[in-house]
Design a protein around this ligand. Sequence first.
Ligand SMILES: Cc1ncc(C[n+]2csc(CCOP(=O)(O)OP(=O)(O)O)c2C)c(N)n1
Ligand code: SF4
Length: 270
Amino acid sequence: MSMDYFQYLRKERMPHIWCPGCGHGTIMKSILRALDKLKWAKDDVVVVSGIGCSSRTPGYLDFNTLHTTHGRALSFAQGVKVANPNLKVIVISGDGDAMAIGGNHFIHACRRNMDITLIVFNNNIYGMTGGQASPTTFTGSKGTTAPYGAIEQPFDVCNMAQASGATYVARALDIDAVAMDRVILSALQNKGFSVVDAWSQCTTYFGRQNKWGDASEMMDRYKEMTYNVRLAEKMSPEEKAGKYPVGMLFQTSRPEWCEEYGKLIERVSK
Ligand SMILES: Cc1ncc(C[n+]2csc(CCOP(=O)(O)OP(=O)(O)O)c2C)c(N)n1
Ligand code: SF4
């Protein structure tokens, strides 16, 4: 029997704001399936977001939720976690929210390694404000602020996360719900700062401006631009060139910030 999503949704908030074909709702469902498996009490879960189409997600979720300011979701989330380390804190951010205005918070949150999961709904554009280029807009892709195509190199969310110190790093496409569920579940179970680069298509702005077609054509493009990391060893460097690996890309174990801070306070209070 399929899961009853409405047990986790605020029905009074429906209909949602997302355009037909937008990938954000698909990722939201993956998050709910992972939470359903974990059976965490609703009161123990806090979902925090910044501003953007993706950041509207917590408003639809029947947990403790915080819709904060653009780029600052991680700051609020870290404050919540420090105040009560027993809470399960999840952050939902767009690529603009997490990697542009929130980029500084992103690298330092990775470095700190608090037990928080960040899910970046990455559609390579600023959806909510009309399609401006973001830090993950592909070189050559168009946005309203890059009408002839972006000339900059995009950030790789996963490389940034790993280099900055995140202890679980994964990428998944919304077309592959099974893989998306798997990495979100593992991210939530990781004891430390986890980052999931969740690819989502913005049909209205990215799709139209770049003439990438409808949602299914956009998802096919994303598939063509990526490869499963499990097959990486069997692929030649030419086959992987210019493509993004998907799957669990990195996991390590190192001290979690709140635990370390607790020990420190205990030590200095003696
Ligand atoms: C301080 C501040 N700067 C700019 C904005 C305008 N703004 C709102 S949402 C947004 C971009 C959202 O893009 P993204 O985070 O990629 O999410 P998406 O809408 O694509 O899901 C911007 C620039 C704002 N609300 N606050
Ligand atoms: S503008 Fe783009 S990101 Fe925003 S809801 Fe529409 S398709 Fe989704």
